[in-house]
Design a protein around this ligand. Structure first.
Ligand code: 4AD
Ligand code: MG
Length: 486
């Protein structure tokens, strides 16, 4: 090895896979733990390239005592040493340190992450440092793998990725849960003669907000490119402090010309199975770690709330089993006659057809009744968005939601209303500003065709793949009511 190569850093992942014993190596990373005595010290070093730590052997006869002392949990160090076959159990290689350079100290008096188990709540308070733990670095790596797998899946199918705007003047879901975007001085808002906010004087000269969904713009692209997908941040100002809602989350929204609702269900099922398979094949070490972690967490729950399957078993199950497809009407029958409904155990009792399903109902169907992912379709038009295709029965729309164990709704989608008159009628009935949405209606005026699409909530998928139970733990910097730190 030349001098130049010797100074090159080796990633810990590669060092652990290497069997070039006796050669020089430079590794850099953050100290997880240090233990030892007067004769020898063992430092567990991690650089994020793998969940596994590399053991550094520091002999006080070679490395001065002061330096060894500064190798505390959290400190960043560079180690110049020799790769050797490990003597101890639990690892195959280790590094005999010849020199250690402290790149950054981490004062044990004030460094918040010590080598012990911290609660998830505590970790959320120090989200700027939590990626330095095994759990969160595993989640970040799996998240990356899933992002990559999404693009791989669609690219291999010939879908085009489209960037839809983040700032928009429309509210795609029509739910009025948008964050406003303005440069007006909030302490001195210009008013019209009628006393309303004068948006003409605002940056965009009209009311603007952060997007809740890229779907409407995605439809524009699909009606030219045939098959597209978006993968972007979406923003919802719904004040729901749950373990499944974020104010800022990422959504994958494929949109396909010439697809009917069942084609769209096929695609969604294939996509979910692809993502799960990709994780199983490419994130083995991290999933094994998360699997063990979830088993420990399960033990803290009451017996009747525990999962029958482990995380990895749940992933295998989704990969290998077809999803159940069930109409909303059939689901209502099952729910109405279910034990928790009859015994009034549900918080929201299902009285009859037309009820909006809550997460408790979705989870009952998936976890108790079918014990499989479920695709529900043909929902009442009253509870669904304006763009969904009216069915011939006059009371349902071609909507579909995919429900997953432990999560409830993970995908929401529909066949779109491609008939101009029906769409306009429905928009008017629902108070959607038809004039302002003229650009959307142009797709129906010119060369309209049946088309469908859906949205996968990326963080909900991450919950499923990692076995975490709070959505705040699967996005690096969660945005929730009262929380916009960092
Ligand atoms: O069901 P939603 O609201 O559907 C749409 O936005 C459609 N425009 C999608 C489409 O057809 N192109 O949202 C889709 C998915 C949900 O199933 C859920 O997984 C996720 O987005 N989602 C959220 N995830 C985290 N936090 C929130 N507040 C979420 N709201 C929706
Ligand atoms: Mg939905």
């Amino acid at each position: 090895m030349t001098e130049k190569q010797k100074t090159k850093r080796t990633k810990i992942k590669h060092a652990l896979e290497s069997s070039e014993f006796g050669t020089g190596i430079v590794v850099k990373g953050w100290v997880r733990t240090r233990r030892g005595n007067k004769n020898v010290n063992f430092i567990a070093l991690n650089d994020g390239s793998t969940i596994n730590n590399l053991q550094i052997v520091a002999d006080p006869a070679i490395i001065d005592e002061e330096t060894i002392k500064r190798c505390t949990t959290g400190a960043c160090i560079s180690v110049d040493g020799e790769l050797i076959e490990s003597q101890g159990a639990g690892q195959s290689v280790e590094v005999n340190a010849k020199a250690i350079e402290i790149l950054g100290d981490a004062d044990p008096e004030t460094y918040p992450l010590q080598a012990k188990r911290h609660s998830m709540e505590f970790m959320r308070d120090i989200a700027h440092l939590r990626v330095r733990t095994n759990t969160f670095s595993a989640i970040y790596r799996v998240r990356h793998a899933m992002i990559f797998a999404v693009h791989k899946f669609f690219n291999e199918k010939g879908f085009y990725n489209v960037h839809t705007p983040i700032i928009t003047a429309s509210d795609a879901e029509g739910a009025g849960e948008t964050f406003k975007v303005t440069t007006l001085d909030l302490n001195n808002v210009p008013k019209t003669e009628e006393g309303e906010v004068d948006y003409k004087q605002d940056f965009f000269e009209k009311e603007a907000n952060l997007t809740v969904s890229g779907q409407l713009e995605g439809e524009l692209a699909a009606l030219a490119l045939s098959e597209i997908y978006t993968f972007g941040p979406t923003f919802r100002a719904e004040n729901s402090n749950t373990t499944r809602h974020l104010a800022e989350f990422w959504m994958i929204e494929p949109e396909m010309a010439f697809y009917d609702l069942s084609d769209s269900m096929d695609l969604a099922e294939e996509m979910l199975q692809f993502l799960v398979t990709y994780a199983l094949e490419n994130c083995k070490d991290d999933l094994e770690f998360l699997n063990k972690r979830a088993i420990e967490e399960e033990k803290t729950k009451p017996q009747n709330e525990r999962n029958e399957l482990t995380l990895i078993e749940r992933l295998e199950f989704v990969k290998d089993n077809e999803f159940v497809r069930l109409s909303y009407t059939d689901a209502i029958d099952i729910l109405r006659n279910s034990k928790p409904n009859k015994k009034k155990k549900f918080q929201y009792i299902i009285e009859g057809w037309g009820a909006d399903l809550q997460s408790e109902h979705e989870r009952y169907l998936v976890e108790k009744h079918f014990k499989k992912p479920v695709i529900l379709f043909d929902y009442p038009n009253e509870i669904k968005a304006f763009y969904m295709r009216q069915n011939d029965d006059g009371k349902t729309v071609g909507a579909m939601d995919i429900l997953f164990p432990g999560i409830g709704e993970i995908v929401g989608g529909s066949q779109r209303e491609e008939r101009l008159d029906k769409l306009q009628e429905r928009m008017e009935a629902m108070g959607i500003p038809v004039e302002e949405m003229s650009w959307y209606l142009d797709t129906r005026r010119f060369g309209s065709t049946p088309h469908s699409g859906f949205g996968l909530g990326f963080e909900r998928m991450m919950l499923f793949v990692t076995g975490m139970t709070n959505i705040r733990d699967v996005i690096p910097f969660p945005r929730t009511p009262g929380n916009a730190e960092y």
